[in-house]
Design a protein around this ligand. Structure first.
Ligand code: TYM
Length: 334
């Protein structure tokens, strides 16, 4: 019997991921592969809750897949797949929609935020986004879901849905736990550090994309908002500096006290140079590997097809179980 716990997490292919995605999610995913049975992938069904050009969706999905491999997600160790290639996600999502209250979905802050930013396209998919996410997780009986802080509420709803289903129809789903890293769980905007860093920010100086050139990274860090105290210390009210310390800590493994000591007597200029350097050396190898992989279309396509077929083998079993428990008629009598 396999004693290892199972881990699942996905990312939306909605543009080049930021260092928020990298530090809050990818870095943990890469590390977790060593001790858990992991599934990672591209949540392309989630990406269409916001209007997306067909060509862009296709390119972004292949690109995110290549980037997952480039950060060190190893398809020999983990199942790496594309959500839409596994139709069971949409099927289970429908069953879960019918186990979720309107009020529960309406409370989701991401739904409220996205309704505000996409007021001309508040589609039903945007509303049902968290039940599709619950299906992603529950289909694979995941024990842990490594995510950034912003996804915690969706994880709580997933747990509620799983518990409700198990209570109503008998033990069916593993109730998953979020796994949120100590550092990097909420990387903030470089320009408005009270706001989460997001790749869809209209101000490109507010985020660093994982594929930004070293000179761009350095420039963006140098123009990051700080404060007038000119002292590198982690404290309430110093959102900009706290954020840079968090980024530096993720890249170097140093804790805040060590960072404070390192920059004692130095101004923000020196500190920012060090943060930029740490980021550039962290992302350099990933960028190199990404360039190599994205030009090998046949390799990416075959890995994506293979990973998705493997994922479907798991997913099919859980969907069949859930349907049986719910009482669906199966004329084949299985
Ligand atoms: P998405 O695509 O917005 O982001 C992918 C991952 O990156 C994390 N993240 C951050 N972490 C720290 N700081 C930030 N500024 C930051 N921005 C993003 C996110 O928390 C996430 O872990 N709904 C999910 C995708 C999804 C999913 C799933 C995740 C679909 N199905 C099943 C887990 C399990 C999302 O939109 O993530």
């Amino acid at each position: 019997m396999d004693e290892r716990k199972r881990v699942l997490s996905l990312i939306q292919p909605s543009g080049v991921p930021t260092i928020g995605n990298y530090l809050g999610a990818f870095k943990n995913w890469r590390a977790m592969q060593e001790n858990y049975d992991c599934l990672f992938g591209a949540a392309d069904l989630h990406a269409i809750t916001v209007r997306t050009e067909p060509k862009t969706l296709r390119e972004n999905t292949r690109s995110i897949f290549a980037l997952l491999l480039a950060v060190g997600i190893d398809p020999e160790k983990s199942v790496v797949f594309v959500q839409s290639r596994v139709p069971e996600h949409a099927q289970l999502a429908w069953l879960l929609n019918c186990c979720t209250q309107f009020g529960e979905a309406a409370r989701m802050t991401q739904f409220k935020d996205k309704s505000a930013t996409h007021a001309d396209n508040i589609n039903v998919g945007l509303f049902a986004y968290p039940t599709l996410m619950a299906a992603d997780i529950l289909l694979y009986q995941a024990d842990y879901v490594p995510v950034g802080q912003d996804q915690k509420q969706h994880l709580e709803l997933t747990r509620t849905i799983a518990e409700r289903f198990n209570f109503s129809y008998g033990e069916t789903f593993t109730v998953p736990e979020p796994f949120i890293g100590k550092s990097g769980a909420r990387i903030m905007s470089l320009q408005e550090p009270s706001k989460k860093m997001s790749k869809s920010d209209l101000n490109t100086k507010a985020f660093i994309s994982m594929l930004d050139e070293p000179s761009v990274i350095t420039k963006k860090i140098k123009s990051a908002v700080t404060d007038s105290e000119a002292k590198v210390r982690f404290a309430p009210g110093k959102d900009g500096v706290n954020n840079l310390m968090d980024i530096y800590s993720c890249c170097t493994g140093k804790d805040y006290e060590a960072i404070e000591r390192e920059f004692d007597g130095h101004g923000y200029g020196d500190f920012k140079n060090a943060v930029a350097e740490a980021l550039v050396s962290e992302l350099g190898p990933v960028q190199g590997e990404y360039k190599r992989l994205i030009s090998d279309k046949a390799y990416i396509d075959s890995r994506a097809a293979e990973g998705s077929r493997t994922a479907e083998l798991f997913a099919r079993r859980t969907l069949a179980k859930a349907m049986r428990k719910m009482g669906f008629y199966d004329p084949d009598g299985r």
